[in-house]
Ligand binder design. Structure first.
Ligand code: GDP
Length: 360
């Protein structure tokens, strides 16, 4: 095997990066998520987006189709992108796998008309404390006075279409916001001017209403995740999995919604999760995802799987999950000798959470 072959093989084994969206209230997190989700590509033509438990999965064909205008698809090497559906920094704070964030890359949404706001700073601190790479979406560019809409255009093209006074206001606001970031000790630059990806965070101007800058944002997300996180994104058999929510479902009893960050889960696997009264050891009764064509919130219709590979959002039904704590890790018992060690590892998360609650 040549080195190129080996490289090609490892690339095939990359898992999908997981992305979270953070920012101040009303900056446009929800709208941006909607805009990313509602593809302007015909259904079926470019590989459908699948709505998952707590997340939306974008197969790479979809991302390639939507970023084609940027003529850069040769640089996309991950199988897809998993975007966590719950925006906001509270959700992010609870999304951890083994102490670190399960998020590989984040979008920090800033309203171009408002600049950095209190929750932008909170989000920024969270990202820094967890050492998570992020991209700034400088949202609501369409609110600049006189903005000419260019639906779903790359931002550079959209800017070229603007009258001079709009360009001037845009540049003024961008420089002010770059200065505000600098005051927080963070270097940022418009992504197409960013020459130093290792120490400067990229800014992508966007509109979640008319879609300008969305191709750029998607491309940057997958490129950035791939470049900076090759090691983290390498697929392994080691299961890495976090509990998002604990829910009672009619006919299924108590279930847990999890994000499988890495590895593979099988029906029947023995698992350990963190419970209020201590570790819970149980067996996976069913691995469930919503039916592809159905709205996630439609009740009672799930697809069963014999196994599921990362990264995915999955619902797990099993006995004894009633007191599972959301935001903690799930482990799989591969060898019955490991149970005690796994129970201990799992309860570390619990102690972490207690520490955090005591501090606040
Ligand atoms: P969140 O609190 O960060 O999730 O913000 P939302 O997504 O709920 O957006 C807050 C408000 O701003 C809503 O009324 C949105 O319609 C509006 N909004 C969000 N993004 C944009 C944008 O890019 N342009 C404009 N004009 N309005 C936006």
């Amino acid at each position: 095997e040549t080195r190129a072959d080996i490289l090609r093989e490892t690339e095939m084994l990359l898992r999908s990066p997981i992305c979270c969206i953070l920012g101040h209230v009303d900056a446009g997190k929800t709208k941006l998520l909607d805009c990313i989700r509602c593809s302007n590509i015909q259904e079926g033509e470019a590989g459908g987006i699948t709505q998952q438990i707590g997340a939306t999965y974008f197969p790479i064909e979809n991302i390639k189709a939507r970023t084609m205008v940027l003529k850069a698809d040769a640089t996309i090497k991950v199988p897809g992108l998993l975007v966590i559906d719950t925006p906001g920094h509270e959700a992010f704070a609870n999304l951890r796998s083994r102490g670190s964030s399960l998020c590989d890359v984040a979008v920090l949404v800033v309203d171009i008309m408002h600049g950095l706001e209190p929750q932008t700073l909170e989000s920024l601190n969270l990202l820094r404390s967890r050492n998570v790479d992020f991209i700034v979406a400088l949202n609501k560019v369409d609110r600049l006075y006189g903005w000419k809409k260019c639906p779903n255009a790359p931002i550079f093209n959209a800017l070229k279409q603007q009258p001079d006074f709009v360009k001037t206001e845009f540049n003024t606001r961008v420089s002010q916001i770059i200065t505000q970031f600098m005051e927080q000790g963070i270097n940022t630059a418009l992504y197409y001017k960013n020459k130093s990806l290792s120490d400067t965070f990229s800014i992508v101007p966007t509109s979640a209403i008319s879609g300008e800058g969305l191709p750029d944002l998607l491309l940057l997300l997958v490129q950035r995740a791939h470049k900076t996180m090759q090691e983290r994104l390498t697929y392994t058999d080691q299961v890495q999995c976090t509990v998002l929510e604990v829910k009672v479902i009619e006919g299924l009893g108590t279930t847990i919604d999890v994000v499988l960050v890495n590895g593979i889960l099988h029906e029947g696997d023995q698992i350990v999760v963190c419970g209020l009264q201590g570790p819970i050891v149980t067996n996976i009764r069913a691995l469930l995802t919503p039916h592809p064509m159905k709205e996630l919130r439609v009740k009672g219709s799930y697809q069963h799987h014999k196994e599921i590979k990362a990264a995915q959002g999955v619902k797990i039904s099993a006995q004894g999950l009633e007191h599972t704590i959301a935001g903690t890790a799930l482990c799989v018992v591969r060898n019955s000798d490991d149970i005690e060690a796994l129970k201990e590892a799992i309860m570390h998360d619990m102690n972490d959470i207690k520490d955090r609650i005591n501090k606040t």
